[in-house]
Design a protein around this ligand. Structure first.
Ligand SMILES: [Mn+2]
Length: 152
């Protein structure tokens, strides 16, 4: 946290990004962070999303300032290459930003990822463990059930 604060203090140009088909938490977290940075007097901050987001999210303050990469690629590419700091919000794998991945990868900026999703393989592992748990308990449940069903 302290390190991040220092990086923000030092950065002049900051870009906030989020995942493809942005949803409420993507746009909400990006704009909230955008407002936070503006409030601490960071003037050169942009939110760039891979593609457009649903109209019902436009009620959020400054939603109209969000740059859609698929529509304003040239401008966005320049912002990425000029940035000192790039934030990745609400995603944890570059595959999730589609065509924008290349620009982020090539940017010389320091990149910070903040996400509430689990790393994909942990997610799979969790399902596997749940499966094992169910499979190992199944015989036990079955036998209980059978006993109860037995006629007296
Ligand atoms: Mn999301």
């Amino acid at each position: 946290m302290e390190e991040m604060k220092q990086l923000i203090d030092k950065a002049k140009k900051i870009v906030i990004t989020t995942h493809k088909n942005p949803d409420g938490d993507a746009i909400g977290s990006s704009l909230a962070f955008f407002h936070f940075l503006k409030n601490i007097k960071k003037n050169d901050v942009e939110v760039i999303v891979p593609d457009s987001f649903p109209y019902f999210l436009y009620w959020m303050t400054d939603a109209d300032k969000v740059i859609c990469y698929d529509k304003e690629k040239e401008q966005a590419d320049k912002l990425f290459s000029d940035a000192d700091l790039i934030f990745s919000l609400d995603y944890n794998a570059l595959e999730r930003v589609g065509d924008m991945a290349e620009a982020i990868k090539n940017a010389s900026a320091i990149k910070i990822m903040i996400d509430h999703h689990q790393y994909f393989y942990f997610f799979l592992l969790q399902f596997f463990l749940l499966y094992l748990l169910i499979v190992s308990f199944l015989p036990y449940c079955k036998s209980k059930f059978m006993k109860r069903k037995k006629p007296i």
